[in-house]
Design a protein around this ligand. Structure first.
Ligand code: AMP
Length: 398
């Protein structure tokens, strides 16, 4: 069975075609600059020596989808003989608000609810909707499934997801914590349990998705009980260009000084802050680590803030769950930065977390990085959101 995974932005379409018989990727690619000058597509057939590139005006997502399907059918670069071979498409959706507690098959009611979620992800959800419509247009008989970054977090109790604002703002405007990266937290929590030969139901886990955007989730018995991102992905630990948690009164304070509008303030907190804003070097941890190793004090401070913030969440979520069995690191930083993992775990021996420096000296692969006598097992699990979307699509559609 072949499943197409689609991740559409407002001007981009990323895709992977999976063969679910062995969960392998047959082809993948990216259409960029949809509706903008310089539109192009890059398609890679697994195992091919060269990728296939097309530069042509692409006016909308329907044209982009047609190009993708033509590439998948192409006699040289393609991987299917007929579109009928594609059993279903799974679409990544950034926000399902509290309308969606799990992945669902697309129908008119679902499309209407997706429109209602636009205010919660105004930069992402409109692109997702265009992607679904393009797939429906190109393959009218094929089922489409939507998989939400927020769904895994829908099991949080109300006292964890509510904010202390007047209750009407929750009732009328749905102001609350939703979280993000749910597909990744779900995937690594399942995989970590499998890797350790245990059942998710029997484990208290903290999953640290540390990338350009970072979030930390408490997973008790396989269910999310709290997560660090909030109404938007700005909350939680320090990120590449995002502030993470701070006193909300910083917002009017800075606005009074700068006279920034709400949009400008949003940009300030989402694009100019974080590792970049503190270090003045880069939003990329590799650059910040390099600058720190040469003695750059602000780069050192940015790294300390990142590690300190993660450590605080680990302490808080261990308290929330009344214990911890497994600590998972994933995504660009979590999978690759041994220094970050070590810095985060340093001083947590009293909680039963003991990193083994030799075992921790790995990047990008599944491994136990704690000592044999560590009470908490610390693992690195590379995330795979696309595979999780493909699995969910298969589960829901068939
Ligand atoms: P992601 O958003 O998951 O792609 O992660 C991007 C982040 O991972 C960036 O901050 C990168 O600097 C970081 N990253 C990737 N490889 C490494 C590495 N070898 N060492 C440290 N950070 C890394």
């Amino acid at each position: 069975m072949k499943i197409l995974v689609v991740n559409c932005g407002s001007s981009s379409l990323k895709y992977q075609l999976f063969d679910m018989d062995n969960e392998s990727v047959l082809a993948k690619g990216l259409v960029e600059r949809i509706g903008i000058d310089g539109s192009k597509m890059r398609h890679v057939k697994t195992g091919a020596e060269k990728d296939y590139r097309v530069e042509t005006p692409i006016k909308d997502h329907k044209v982009a989808m047609k190009l993708v399907l033509d590439a998948l059918l192409d006699k040289d670069h393609g991987v299917v003989k007929s579109l009928d071979e594609i059993a279903a498409a799974g679409h990544r959706i950034v926000s399902g608000g509290d309308y969606f507690k799990e992945s669902v098959l697309v129908n008119d009611e679902v499309m209407n609810a997706l429109v209602k979620c636009i205010p919660l992800a105004p930069l992402h959800n409109p692109g997702h909707i265009m992607g679904i419509e393009a797939a429906q247009h190109a393959m009218p008989k094929m089922p489409n499934v939507v998989v939400f970054d927020t769904a895994f977090h829908q099991t949080m109790p109300d006292y964890a997801y509510m904010y202390g604002v007047p209750y009407e703002f929750y009732e009328t405007h749905r102001v609350r914590r939703y979280g993000a990266h749910g597909t990744s937290h779900h995937f690594v929590s399942l995989r970590a349990a499998e890797f350790l030969g245990k059942k998710p139901e029997d484990l208290k886990m903290i999953t640290c998705h540390l990338g350009n955007g970072s979030s930390i989730t408490a997973v008790n018995g396989g269910k999310c009980v709290d997560t660090s991102m909030g109404l938007t992905p700005l909350a939680g630990v320090l990120m590449g260009t995002r502030t993470g948690d701070m006193d909300p009164a910083v917002v009017p304070f800075v606005q009074n000084i700068t006279k920034y509008s709400a949009d400008e303030m949003n940009d300030f907190m989402n694009k100019k802050s974080g590792l970049l804003g503190i270090s003045g070097v880069s939003s990329d941890l590799r650059d910040v680590e390099e600058a720190a190793s040469k003695g750059n004090e602000r780069a050192k401070l940015a790294i300390s803030m990142l590690e300190y913030g993660i450590k605080k969440y680990i302490g808080a979520y261990t308290a929330v769950m009344g214990g911890l069995d497994v600590l998972v690191f994933t995504a660009g930083i979590g999978e690759n930065s041994a220094e970050t993992r070590e810095g985060v775990c340093e001083g947590l021996e009293f909680m039963g977390i003991k990193i083994d420096p030799a075992k921790n000296n790995i990047r990008g692969k599944e491994a136990i990085v704690s000592t044999d006598d560590s009470k908490v097992t610390v693992v690195v699990i590379p995330t795979n959101e696309e595979l999780m979307i493909a699995r969910e699509t298969k589960r829901v559609a068939f």
